[in-house]
Design a binder for this molecule. Structure first.
Ligand SMILES: Cc1ncc(COP(=O)(O)O)c(C=O)c1O
Length: 392
């Protein structure tokens, strides 16, 4: 039987889709080269650039974040080029694996998945590369697997200080629209994003923000490419998308931008995420008493405001807990790759409010009791207390 009541989706992406966006995407088909659609499209492109906080370039593809990862690599690099991948979790590891499969030489800067990057190690790696063999540094702004952020301005400063010309490529798939990100101010060269997280849209398109410096590097990229070729895209009216444009998603994006920029305001969106994230962390920190589940991220200044990864006590299976909570119609995120069974994730990004979060936390706490997982009871109350104290 399908459980009664509303589905509580607490996966860190895709995310909940607001009703008004669902209505907007159920738009009848129109000519994607016709004037009505082009007006919507151009406004969306300008809006998305504002959310990225860039006045530079933007290319879009029908595909998920993986597509944008690949597009970014093949447009900026050449076979045999070396990149430095800051490995902080499952997604950074996989971006590196993709690059290696494409024939890029991958130098990995390993980081402790629970503590994050040692920035001094980054400084040292850049200083050691006196011949500037490293053509790009790949950084996942918000590691969705571990619930930890990277300090992108600090990485920019490391490159500048070392006078290293490598491009700075950022994955902002689970940070855009939920954690502060500033493309131009932070000196990012390429930023990879997708529709289905902070933008609250269905899965379907992804994109790369590109700096002028990166556009110059694109001119000498020797990777074979067709669907992802930015130069070809520039010859098209939409300056993106080789082929049919995903029309419905743009009606959705227009509505998403209205919600983010006009109705709530981007700064308020970010503040809402920070508050709900802190409530989640207070809940988990409370559970951690009695040898209970604890925050996976051990660096308080690096915790993510879009997802919290929770480490189960030794001998207790995160997947069994997730399944139990699932019977209450609550979807928690799974532990990825080496964290599977050890970690579960609470997504708190996108279209979310206090009662939705509290429903998830309370159901998880019921699950902890039913599964016999040790914990200090009352984590949900710690979240309630924080939300009451900080009510706008
Ligand atoms: C940080 C990050 N990078 C990349 C991806 C991959 O994106 P997609 O699943 O849209 O291909 C994800 C997906 O969750 C992600 O969170």
């Amino acid at each position: 039987m399908t459980p009664r009541g509303r589905h509580f989706f607490a996966n860190p992406g895709p995310t909940n889709i607001p009703d008004s966006i669902m209505q907007a995407v159920s738009h009848h088909t129109v000519d994607f080269n016709g004037p009505d659609f082009l007006e919507v499209y151009d406004a969306c492109l300008a809006g998305l650039k504002r959310v990225l906080r860039t006045e530079q370039h933007l290319f879009m593809y029908t595909g998920t974040g993986h597509a944008a990862w690949e597009a970014t690599l093949v447009n900026l690099l050449s076979p045999g080029d070396r990149i430095l991948v800051i490995e902080t979790g499952h997604f950074s590891e996989n971006w590196g694996k993709m690059a290696a499969d494409l024939g890029i030489e991958v130098q990995t800067l390993a980081a402790d998945w629970r503590r994050g990057l040692d920035y001094a190690a980054l400084d040292a790696a850049l200083a050691a590369d006196t011949g500037h063999a490293i053509k790009a540094v790949c950084a996942v702004h918000n590691e969705t697997s571990t619930g930890m952020t990277l300090d992108l301005p600090r990485i920019r400063a490391a490159l500048d200080q070392a006078r290293h010309p490598a491009l700075l490529l950022a994955d902002i798939i689970s940070s855009l629209g939920s954690i502060e990100f500033r493309f131009d101010d932070w000196g990012i060269d390429a930023a990879v994003g997708g529709s289905q997280k902070g933008l609250m849209l269905p899965v379907g398109f992804s994109f790369t923000g590109v700096s002028d410096k990166a556009m110059a590097a694109h001119q000498s990229s020797a990777f074979p490419k067709h669907y992802f070729n930015w130069t070809t895209m520039l010859t098209r009216r939409h300056r993106s998308f080789i082929g049919t444009v995903p029309i419905a998603l743009f009606y959705g994006l227009r509505e998403a931008l209205r919600l983010i920029e006009q109705e709530e305001g981007l700064d308020n969106v970010l503040a809402r995420h920070a508050r709900l994230a802190e409530a989640t962390r207070r809940c988990v920190r409370h559970w951690a008493g009695n040898n209970g589940p604890q925050l996976f991220c051990l660096s308080p200044e690096r915790v993510s405001d879009s997802v919290t990864s929770v480490l189960m006590p030794e001998g207790h299976d995160a997947e069994a807990l997730r399944k139990r909570v699932g019977t209450m119609n609550v979807a928690l995120g799974t532990g990825l790759s080496r964290l599977n069974g050890k970690v579960f994730r609470i997504g708190h990004l996108g279209d979310l409010n206090e009662p939705m979060l509290l429903g998830t936390l309370a159901a998880t706490e019921i699950g902890l009791r039913l599964q016999g997982v040790p914990h200090a009871a009352g984590g949900s109350e710690a979240a309630i207390a924080y939300l009451a104290e900080t009510a706008p």
